[in-house]
Design a protein around this ligand. Structure first.
Ligand SMILES: [Zn+2]
Ligand SMILES: [Zn+2]
Ligand SMILES: [Zn+2]
Ligand SMILES: [Zn+2]
Ligand SMILES: [Zn+2]
Length: 717
């Protein structure tokens, strides 16, 4: 089953790559994107369309330098395009589904699937089980059938319980399609052969139409007829073969439709009957854009408001080059423009909220256009061996930004330092220079508009601006610093647990699943106070030593517990649940533990604090437009491209290590998507430390050189 939750490689079609890139880049840059495929027949692309993207870059007049290499863009777009009902977003009615289905989890841990994703699973099962030619014909037919059915089910968002058994049954029936469709085709072959021998092409076209009217609608049947007439001078034998292939494919589609018709309610809207269930929805980001989330009505998509903010300002800063065009003295000219967007960024909302993904694109169109001025300088290229802080300062001046923001060069150092830390190649590149110039301007903007500072902080976006020091974060930190000695005990516990180190459950795997911004913020507070209180550690060192001793005993016992828990643990991604389960187990084994209870008492206290934090976070989140932050396997792809995610990972790893000591965590192999069970051979990526099944890793290494999680270069196996 797991294999059908991932779209096969041969579903991404050349004609659709352009739409993906077009949606990904800044609205201001779209005129520089050339569609190379308008005159070509669609074909499947490899490496996520990297080759095509390279061609687009070559023809973009250097306007897309901020996005890095074609390979990086392809990787980022792979994340960006992968969401439920993405075909509506990209207006892709004709080609195969290329976004993998998602299994959602409700608040009580039940698995759900979004109805339109069922169509994608049907496609994936069909492509796996039914014989078909390599070229696109079969895939397009299948897509057409499935997508025409989705469009009919045009209701509001609807989920159904994920029933693996049912998909197993469907798979079984699909395996019979080859034989069944062959029978059906045989029955029609003589008629088609006879029509062909008498050059009666209209009879052939109308036979196809009769067999499947959806597939062979008027326009298609007519153009097929023309196509046949064009080929009429060829030998009959060479004409026959493609006609028979079309016949077989049509019969195969009929069989697939029969399989679906048996389960009609799955594929139609039934909104009245469905009760409201809260479903966790992952919030994913590629480097430049948040992944859209399907909203209530068909064709409507939302992204977090904070991403709207970043995408809007990136377009104003790097696309429109607003601050290069107008100087500080013109500040009041911006007033109307600022007013117009103010309403979207609500500083009163303390919880994360969402906006329609394109809500600000029209504002850009209306308000920013009037600032058109010619002769505005472009950011120059970085040198082969990177750029220095001084280079950055010079660039800010060269662009005329020191006129608009006299203080802008002061931020160069802080911005540079952070960008240098997360650079993806040995030297800083031109795309990094774009990021640096953008961040410097964002900081200037934030310093001038206190409401934006508050908005960013409330929406957990303040750490996504390179080199920006959030005043609200600092204030919160001060409050934390006054906390009492009890806290210092807890924090000490964090350290001691960290030291006692290695656990069979890897930490990065958990952090990848748990790097929700809110959780990470709580853990960040923990980590920060921990550092502040290092001084008091010496006083308690003695006690710590005692604790380490008893902890060793404890960990032996824990290993036994883990075995029990492991066998019972259901696949869950929620830390809270895992910990609750653990606590139950603990109660059962309390007798055993009595001797060491003293030492573990503090441990528990800490766990409770974390549990409380997690629970609080979750309670908060559950009210946010019914969309909740769950981190899926996919988010690990984000680790490299998204700066906030990387930060988050560092931070949550520290808290994680406290809990992973006790908690049996479920880890999925990113390659095959199934669980890594105890005793299975695993291989770790040396760079990001993610684990994969050995078998999966070897297979992967055969045709990839990069880690599926972090994209880092893998050593040879
Ligand atoms: Zn195929
Ligand atoms: Zn902040
Ligand atoms: Zn695997
Ligand atoms: Zn790696
Ligand atoms: Zn890795």
């Amino acid at each position: 089953m797991a294999q059908f939750l991932k779209c096969p490689d041969h579903v991404l079609v050349s004609n659709i790559v352009y739409s993906h890139v077009y949606a990904y880049i800044l609205p201001e840059l779209r005129p520089f994107l050339i569609n190379l495929e308008t005159n070509h027949l669609p074909k499947f692309v490899e490496n996520n369309g990297e080759e095509m993207i390279q061609k687009m870059l070559d023809k973009s007049n250097n306007k897309l330098r901020m996005y890095g290499s074609a390979k990086e863009i392809a990787g980022n777009i792979k994340i960006f395009r992968n969401f439920t009902e993405s075909f509506r977003f990209f207006d892709d009615q004709k080609y195969p589904f290329n976004a993998s289905p998602v299994i959602y989890t409700s608040l009580n841990g039940e698995k759900y699937i979004y109805k339109p994703d069922i169509f994608t699973i049907i496609q994936n099962i069909a492509l796996h089980t039914i014989n078909h030619q390599k070229f696109i014909f079969f895939h397009s037919m299948l897509a057409k059938i499935l997508k025409s059915k989705i469009v009919l089910a045009n209701g509001p968002v609807e989920f159904v319980k994920f029933d693996e058994k049912m998909f197993d049954e469907i798979e079984k029936e699909m395996r019979e399609v080859d034989a069944k469709s062959h029978q059906q085709a045989i029955a029609q072959r003589d008629y088609l052969a006879m029509s062909l021998s008498t050059n009666n092409y209209p009879a052939i076209a109308s036979k196809f139409r009769e067999l499947n009217p959806t597939l062979w609608e008027d326009a298609v049947a007519n153009s097929y007829l023309k196509h046949l007439q064009l080929l009429s001078n060829r030998r009959i034998e060479t004409q026959k073969e493609p006609i028979f292939i079309a016949l077989t494919n049509t019969c195969k589609m009929n069989c697939i439709e029969e399989i679906m018709a048996k389960r009609a309610p799955l594929f139609t809207s039934t909104p009245e009957s469905s009760p409201i269930t809260f479903i966790r929805t992952p919030i994913l980001r590629s480097k430049h854009r948040a992944v859209p989330i399907r909203a209530h009505f068909p064709g409507q998509f939302v992204i977090p408001a904070v991403d709207c903010f970043f995408e809007f300002w990136r377009n104003a800063i790097l696309g429109v080059k607003l601050f290069q065009k107008y100087q500080c003295s013109d500040w009041e000219k911006y007033a109307q423009f600022f007013q117009e967007i103010e309403e979207y960024f609500d500083i009163e909302k303390k919880q994360q909220y969402f906006l329609q993904y394109d809500i600000l694109e029209s504002v850009v169109g209306n308000s920013l256009q009037q600032y058109e001025v010619s002769q505005i300088k472009d950011i120059r290229n970085a040198k082969k061996d990177g750029f220095t802080v001084q280079n950055l300062k010079n660039e800010l001046k060269y662009l005329g930004l020191t006129g608009t923001f006299p203080d802008i060069q002061n931020y160069a150092e802080g911005v540079y330092e952070e960008i240098d830390k997360v650079k993806k190649e040995r030297y800083l590149r031109t795309c990094d220079l774009f990021d640096a110039v953008e961040s410097c301007q964002l900081i200037c903007l934030l310093n001038r508009i206190p409401n934006y500072q508050k908005f960013l902080h409330n929406q957990k976006g303040c750490k996504r601006v390179f080199g920006y020091k959030c005043a609200h974060c600092e204030k919160e930190e001060e409050v934390k610093n006054t906390s009492d000695i009890q806290d210092s005990m807890k924090n000490l516990k964090i350290e001691s647990s960290n030291e006692s180190g290695s656990n069979q459950y890897s930490q990065p795997a958990l952090s990848a699943q748990k790097d929700c911004e809110k959780c990470s913020e709580s853990s960040e507070i923990l980590v920060k106070t921990q550092n502040e209180l290092k001084i008091s550690r010496d006083q308690l060192k003695e006690m710590q030593q005692k604790m380490t001793d008893t902890e060793k005993e404890l960990s032996d016992l824990k290993k036994e517990h883990e075995k029990i828990v492991e066998s019972e643990a259901k696949k869950t991604e929620e830390l809270a649940e895992v910990m609750e389960e653990l606590n139950n187990e603990k109660e059962k084994n309390q007798e055993k533990e009595e001797e060491i209870l003293k030492a573990s008492k503090e441990n528990e206290e800490l766990q409770k604090t974390i549990l409380k934090l997690t629970a609080e976070n979750e309670a908060n989140e559950s009210t946010i437009q019914k969309l909740l932050d769950r981190i899926s396997n996919l988010s690990s792809n984000n680790q490299k491209t998204n700066r906030i995610d990387e930060k988050t990972i560092e931070e949550s790893t520290q808290t994680t290590s406290v809990t992973s000591k006790n908690a049996p965590l479920v880890i999925d192999c990113l390659i095959c998507s199934s669980q890594i069970k105890a005793g299975q051979e695993v291989i770790r990526c040396p760079l990001c430390k993610r684990r994969f099944h050995s078998n999966c890793a070897f297979k992967w290494r055969k045709d990839h050189t990069q880690c599926p999680a972090c994209n880092g270069d893998l050593p040879g196996i």
